[in-house]
Ligand binder design. Structure first.
Ligand SMILES: Nc1ncnc2c1ncn2[C@@H]1O[C@H](COP(=O)(O)OP(=O)(O)OP(=O)(O)O)[C@@H](O)[C@H]1O
Length: 300
Protein backbone atom coordinates (compact mmCIF):
# COMPACT_ATOMS: atom_id res chain seq x y z
CA UNK A 1 0.00 0.00 0.00
CA UNK A 2 1.39 3.41 -0.96
CA UNK A 3 1.72 5.71 2.05
CA UNK A 4 3.32 8.60 0.12
CA UNK A 5 2.29 9.58 -3.41
CA UNK A 6 4.14 12.27 -5.32
CA UNK A 7 2.55 13.03 -8.64
CA UNK A 8 3.91 15.50 -11.20
CA UNK A 9 5.50 17.65 -8.47
CA UNK A 10 6.90 20.98 -9.70
CA UNK A 11 8.56 23.77 -7.73
CA UNK A 12 10.42 26.83 -9.02
CA UNK A 13 12.42 29.46 -7.18
CA UNK A 14 12.48 32.88 -8.86
CA UNK A 15 11.18 31.35 -12.09
CA UNK A 16 13.88 28.62 -12.11
CA UNK A 17 12.40 25.11 -11.94
CA UNK A 18 14.25 23.04 -9.32
CA UNK A 19 11.70 20.22 -9.14
CA UNK A 20 10.34 19.50 -12.57
CA UNK A 21 7.66 16.81 -12.68
CA UNK A 22 8.74 14.37 -9.97
CA UNK A 23 6.64 11.19 -9.61
CA UNK A 24 7.10 8.35 -7.14
CA UNK A 25 5.26 6.41 -4.50
CA UNK A 26 6.60 5.10 -1.20
CA UNK A 27 5.15 1.85 0.12
CA UNK A 28 4.22 1.56 3.80
CA UNK A 29 7.06 -0.05 5.76
CA UNK A 30 9.84 0.46 3.23
CA UNK A 31 13.06 2.42 3.47
CA UNK A 32 12.94 4.67 0.43
CA UNK A 33 16.10 6.51 -0.60
CA UNK A 34 16.40 9.75 -2.52
CA UNK A 35 19.81 10.18 -4.13
CA UNK A 36 21.09 12.95 -6.35
CA UNK A 37 23.90 15.42 -6.93
CA UNK A 38 24.00 18.75 -5.06
CA UNK A 39 21.16 21.05 -6.02
CA UNK A 40 19.16 18.26 -7.74
CA UNK A 41 15.97 19.16 -5.85
CA UNK A 42 15.97 16.42 -3.18
CA UNK A 43 15.42 18.66 -0.15
CA UNK A 44 12.75 20.68 -1.97
CA UNK A 45 10.94 17.42 -2.79
CA UNK A 46 10.99 16.19 0.81
CA UNK A 47 9.99 19.62 2.10
CA UNK A 48 6.83 19.32 -0.03
CA UNK A 49 6.22 15.89 1.60
CA UNK A 50 6.71 17.47 5.04
CA UNK A 51 4.28 20.29 4.23
CA UNK A 52 7.02 22.91 4.61
CA UNK A 53 6.64 24.03 0.99
CA UNK A 54 3.57 24.12 -1.22
CA UNK A 55 4.03 22.67 -4.73
CA UNK A 56 3.57 25.01 -7.73
CA UNK A 57 1.99 22.12 -9.63
CA UNK A 58 1.31 18.44 -9.10
CA UNK A 59 0.08 16.70 -5.97
CA UNK A 60 1.53 15.14 -2.84
CA UNK A 61 -0.43 12.82 -0.55
CA UNK A 62 0.88 11.45 2.72
CA UNK A 63 -1.39 8.81 4.29
CA UNK A 64 -4.21 10.45 2.35
CA UNK A 65 -3.42 13.96 3.66
CA UNK A 66 -2.43 17.02 1.65
CA UNK A 67 0.75 18.00 3.57
CA UNK A 68 0.57 21.73 2.85
CA UNK A 69 -3.09 21.98 3.89
CA UNK A 70 -3.13 19.44 6.77
CA UNK A 71 0.11 20.19 8.60
CA UNK A 72 -1.38 19.68 12.06
CA UNK A 73 -2.60 16.19 11.29
CA UNK A 74 0.53 15.45 9.30
CA UNK A 75 2.90 16.24 12.18
CA UNK A 76 1.16 13.58 14.28
CA UNK A 77 2.15 10.84 11.82
CA UNK A 78 5.31 12.20 10.19
CA UNK A 79 8.57 12.90 12.02
CA UNK A 80 11.15 15.04 10.26
CA UNK A 81 14.77 15.74 11.02
CA UNK A 82 15.15 19.34 12.23
CA UNK A 83 17.62 21.78 10.76
CA UNK A 84 20.30 23.20 13.05
CA UNK A 85 18.67 26.64 13.19
CA UNK A 86 15.50 25.17 14.70
CA UNK A 87 16.99 24.59 18.19
CA UNK A 88 18.13 27.32 20.61
CA UNK A 89 21.85 26.95 21.41
CA UNK A 90 21.13 27.20 25.17
CA UNK A 91 18.58 24.38 25.40
CA UNK A 92 19.99 21.21 26.98
CA UNK A 93 19.59 17.79 25.36
CA UNK A 94 17.21 16.72 28.12
CA UNK A 95 15.10 19.87 27.82
CA UNK A 96 14.85 19.44 24.02
CA UNK A 97 13.78 15.80 24.38
CA UNK A 98 11.19 16.65 27.07
CA UNK A 99 9.89 19.65 25.14
CA UNK A 100 9.42 17.75 21.88
CA UNK A 101 7.92 14.73 23.68
CA UNK A 102 5.29 17.08 25.14
CA UNK A 103 4.09 18.00 21.60
CA UNK A 104 2.80 14.49 20.92
CA UNK A 105 -0.12 12.46 22.28
CA UNK A 106 1.84 9.15 22.34
CA UNK A 107 5.51 10.07 22.58
CA UNK A 108 8.31 7.51 22.65
CA UNK A 109 10.29 7.09 25.87
CA UNK A 110 12.93 9.80 25.43
CA UNK A 111 15.36 8.14 27.85
CA UNK A 112 15.32 4.97 25.74
CA UNK A 113 15.86 6.96 22.56
CA UNK A 114 18.75 8.90 24.10
CA UNK A 115 20.27 5.59 25.18
CA UNK A 116 19.94 4.01 21.73
CA UNK A 117 21.45 7.08 20.12
CA UNK A 118 24.33 7.28 22.59
CA UNK A 119 23.58 10.77 23.94
CA UNK A 120 22.72 9.87 27.55
CA UNK A 121 26.02 11.33 28.78
CA UNK A 122 25.10 14.63 27.12
CA UNK A 123 21.63 15.08 28.69
CA UNK A 124 22.79 18.16 30.65
CA UNK A 125 24.85 19.57 27.78
CA UNK A 126 23.55 22.62 25.93
CA UNK A 127 22.76 22.12 22.24
CA UNK A 128 25.33 24.76 21.24
CA UNK A 129 28.10 22.84 23.05
CA UNK A 130 27.43 19.48 21.34
CA UNK A 131 29.75 18.16 18.63
CA UNK A 132 28.33 17.95 15.08
CA UNK A 133 27.79 14.20 15.47
CA UNK A 134 26.01 14.61 18.82
CA UNK A 135 23.74 17.30 17.36
CA UNK A 136 22.92 14.96 14.49
CA UNK A 137 21.99 12.14 16.90
CA UNK A 138 19.78 14.51 18.88
CA UNK A 139 17.98 15.48 15.64
CA UNK A 140 17.36 11.82 14.88
CA UNK A 141 15.98 11.28 18.40
CA UNK A 142 13.66 14.29 17.97
CA UNK A 143 12.45 12.98 14.59
CA UNK A 144 11.45 9.72 16.30
CA UNK A 145 10.08 11.12 19.54
CA UNK A 146 6.46 11.36 18.40
CA UNK A 147 6.35 7.65 17.51
CA UNK A 148 5.73 8.57 13.86
CA UNK A 149 4.39 6.25 11.14
CA UNK A 150 6.74 7.91 8.66
CA UNK A 151 10.11 9.48 9.30
CA UNK A 152 11.93 11.73 6.84
CA UNK A 153 15.67 11.96 7.35
CA UNK A 154 17.65 14.39 5.21
CA UNK A 155 21.41 13.80 5.23
CA UNK A 156 21.01 11.47 8.18
CA UNK A 157 24.63 10.59 8.84
CA UNK A 158 26.47 13.64 7.48
CA UNK A 159 29.02 14.66 10.13
CA UNK A 160 29.03 11.28 11.88
CA UNK A 161 32.18 9.21 12.18
CA UNK A 162 32.09 5.74 10.56
CA UNK A 163 31.25 3.98 13.84
CA UNK A 164 28.39 6.35 14.69
CA UNK A 165 27.19 6.02 11.09
CA UNK A 166 26.96 2.25 11.40
CA UNK A 167 25.19 2.55 14.79
CA UNK A 168 22.69 4.92 13.15
CA UNK A 169 22.07 2.47 10.30
CA UNK A 170 21.28 -0.24 12.85
CA UNK A 171 18.88 2.13 14.56
CA UNK A 172 17.13 2.89 11.27
CA UNK A 173 16.77 -0.84 10.61
CA UNK A 174 15.21 -1.25 14.06
CA UNK A 175 12.87 1.67 13.41
CA UNK A 176 11.71 0.06 10.18
CA UNK A 177 11.36 -3.32 11.89
CA UNK A 178 8.90 -1.53 14.18
CA UNK A 179 6.72 -0.78 11.11
CA UNK A 180 7.83 2.81 10.43
CA UNK A 181 8.23 3.97 6.82
CA UNK A 182 11.55 5.74 6.30
CA UNK A 183 12.37 8.31 3.61
CA UNK A 184 16.10 8.89 3.47
CA UNK A 185 17.85 11.64 1.52
CA UNK A 186 21.49 10.72 1.25
CA UNK A 187 24.79 11.37 -0.48
CA UNK A 188 26.27 8.11 0.75
CA UNK A 189 25.97 5.30 -1.75
CA UNK A 190 26.98 2.73 0.85
CA UNK A 191 24.16 3.96 3.08
CA UNK A 192 21.63 3.70 0.25
CA UNK A 193 22.88 0.27 -0.78
CA UNK A 194 22.84 -1.05 2.79
CA UNK A 195 19.54 0.43 3.97
CA UNK A 196 17.16 1.21 1.14
CA UNK A 197 14.61 -1.13 -0.40
CA UNK A 198 14.24 1.25 -3.34
CA UNK A 199 16.01 4.39 -4.42
CA UNK A 200 14.89 7.30 -6.59
CA UNK A 201 17.79 9.02 -8.32
CA UNK A 202 16.93 12.67 -8.90
CA UNK A 203 18.92 14.83 -11.30
CA UNK A 204 18.06 18.39 -12.30
CA UNK A 205 14.61 18.16 -10.75
CA UNK A 206 13.61 14.88 -12.40
CA UNK A 207 13.59 11.23 -11.38
CA UNK A 208 16.12 9.58 -13.71
CA UNK A 209 15.89 6.10 -12.17
CA UNK A 210 13.85 4.34 -9.52
CA UNK A 211 14.59 0.78 -8.44
CA UNK A 212 16.14 -1.46 -5.81
CA UNK A 213 19.83 -0.56 -5.36
CA UNK A 214 20.97 -3.98 -6.62
CA UNK A 215 18.87 -3.59 -9.76
CA UNK A 216 20.25 -0.10 -10.41
CA UNK A 217 23.74 -1.57 -10.15
CA UNK A 218 22.71 -4.42 -12.49
CA UNK A 219 21.49 -1.93 -15.08
CA UNK A 220 24.72 0.07 -15.10
CA UNK A 221 26.68 -0.01 -18.34
CA UNK A 222 29.72 -1.37 -16.51
CA UNK A 223 30.02 -4.54 -14.47
CA UNK A 224 33.62 -4.20 -13.29
CA UNK A 225 35.75 -1.38 -11.95
CA UNK A 226 39.54 -1.35 -12.18
CA UNK A 227 41.52 1.22 -10.26
CA UNK A 228 45.23 1.82 -9.71
CA UNK A 229 47.92 4.45 -9.26
CA UNK A 230 49.93 4.49 -12.52
CA UNK A 231 53.71 4.65 -12.14
CA UNK A 232 53.94 6.99 -15.14
CA UNK A 233 51.88 9.09 -17.53
CA UNK A 234 48.95 7.41 -19.24
CA UNK A 235 46.80 8.84 -21.99
CA UNK A 236 43.20 8.97 -20.69
CA UNK A 237 41.76 9.23 -24.21
CA UNK A 238 43.51 6.04 -25.15
CA UNK A 239 42.12 4.35 -22.02
CA UNK A 240 38.62 5.59 -22.85
CA UNK A 241 38.81 3.99 -26.30
CA UNK A 242 39.55 0.49 -24.93
CA UNK A 243 36.80 -2.18 -25.29
CA UNK A 244 33.64 -1.76 -23.15
CA UNK A 245 34.95 1.27 -21.18
CA UNK A 246 32.00 3.12 -19.62
CA UNK A 247 34.02 5.83 -17.87
CA UNK A 248 37.53 6.91 -16.89
CA UNK A 249 38.08 9.27 -14.01
CA UNK A 250 40.82 10.42 -11.64
CA UNK A 251 40.54 10.13 -7.87
CA UNK A 252 43.64 11.81 -6.46
CA UNK A 253 46.61 9.95 -7.92
CA UNK A 254 44.45 6.96 -8.93
CA UNK A 255 42.73 6.20 -12.19
CA UNK A 256 39.30 4.57 -11.94
CA UNK A 257 38.03 2.84 -15.07
CA UNK A 258 34.65 1.14 -15.24
CA UNK A 259 33.91 -1.46 -17.87
CA UNK A 260 33.84 -5.24 -18.08
CA UNK A 261 36.30 -8.11 -17.60
CA UNK A 262 37.45 -7.50 -21.15
CA UNK A 263 38.32 -3.89 -20.20
CA UNK A 264 40.52 -5.16 -17.36
CA UNK A 265 42.55 -7.31 -19.76
CA UNK A 266 42.82 -4.48 -22.28
CA UNK A 267 43.96 -1.99 -19.60
CA UNK A 268 46.65 -4.38 -18.36
CA UNK A 269 47.87 -5.01 -21.92
CA UNK A 270 48.04 -1.25 -22.59
CA UNK A 271 49.98 -0.69 -19.36
CA UNK A 272 52.46 -3.45 -20.24
CA UNK A 273 52.94 -1.99 -23.74
CA UNK A 274 53.67 1.45 -22.32
CA UNK A 275 55.94 0.16 -19.55
CA UNK A 276 53.70 1.63 -16.83
CA UNK A 277 53.10 -0.30 -13.60
CA UNK A 278 49.70 -0.36 -11.90
CA UNK A 279 50.36 0.30 -8.21
CA UNK A 280 47.74 -0.76 -5.63
CA UNK A 281 45.68 -2.39 -8.34
CA UNK A 282 42.06 -3.17 -7.41
CA UNK A 283 39.43 -4.89 -9.50
CA UNK A 284 35.92 -4.82 -8.01
CA UNK A 285 32.32 -5.33 -9.04
CA UNK A 286 30.38 -2.20 -9.98
CA UNK A 287 28.79 -0.46 -7.01
CA UNK A 288 25.96 2.02 -6.70
CA UNK A 289 28.63 4.75 -7.02
CA UNK A 290 29.30 3.78 -10.63
CA UNK A 291 25.61 3.27 -11.39
CA UNK A 292 24.96 6.77 -10.04
CA UNK A 293 27.75 8.27 -12.16
CA UNK A 294 26.32 6.49 -15.19
CA UNK A 295 22.89 7.95 -14.53
CA UNK A 296 23.83 11.52 -13.63
CA UNK A 297 27.38 12.01 -14.91
CA UNK A 298 28.26 13.43 -11.46
CA UNK A 299 29.53 12.36 -8.06
CA UNK A 300 26.83 12.33 -5.34
N1 LIG B 1 14.32 29.08 -0.78
C1 LIG B 1 15.02 29.01 -1.91
N2 LIG B 1 15.11 30.08 -2.72
C2 LIG B 1 15.80 30.03 -3.88
N3 LIG B 1 16.48 28.93 -4.31
C3 LIG B 1 16.44 27.84 -3.54
C4 LIG B 1 15.71 27.81 -2.30
N4 LIG B 1 15.86 26.58 -1.75
C5 LIG B 1 16.63 25.87 -2.61
N5 LIG B 1 16.98 26.62 -3.68
C6 LIG B 1 17.78 26.18 -4.84
O1 LIG B 1 17.08 25.12 -5.46
C7 LIG B 1 17.98 24.11 -5.95
C8 LIG B 1 17.58 22.77 -5.37
O2 LIG B 1 17.81 22.80 -3.98
P1 LIG B 1 17.58 21.55 -3.04
O3 LIG B 1 18.04 21.96 -1.66
O4 LIG B 1 16.21 21.04 -3.19
O5 LIG B 1 18.59 20.50 -3.67
P2 LIG B 1 19.26 19.22 -3.04
O6 LIG B 1 19.17 18.17 -4.10
O7 LIG B 1 18.67 18.90 -1.72
O8 LIG B 1 20.76 19.68 -2.87
P3 LIG B 1 21.86 19.33 -1.76
O9 LIG B 1 22.26 17.91 -2.00
O10 LIG B 1 22.96 20.28 -2.13
O11 LIG B 1 21.28 19.57 -0.42
C9 LIG B 1 19.36 24.56 -5.54
O12 LIG B 1 19.97 25.16 -6.65
C10 LIG B 1 19.12 25.58 -4.44
O13 LIG B 1 20.12 26.56 -4.43
Amino acid sequence: MAIIEVDGLCKSYGGRPVVDGVDFTVEAGEIFGILGPNGAGKTTTVECIEGLRAPDAGAVRVAGLDPAADRDRLTRILGAQLQESQLQPKITVREALELYAAFYPRPADWRGLAERLGITAQLKTRFGALSGGQQQRLFIALALIGNPEIVVLDELTTGLDPRARRDTWRLIEEVRAGGVTVVLVTHFMEEAQRLCDRVAVIDRGRVVALDAPARLVGRAAASTVISFAPSGRLDETELASLPDVASVRREGDRLVISGTDETVNAVLTLLARQGVTARELRVTDTTLDEAFLDLTGKEA
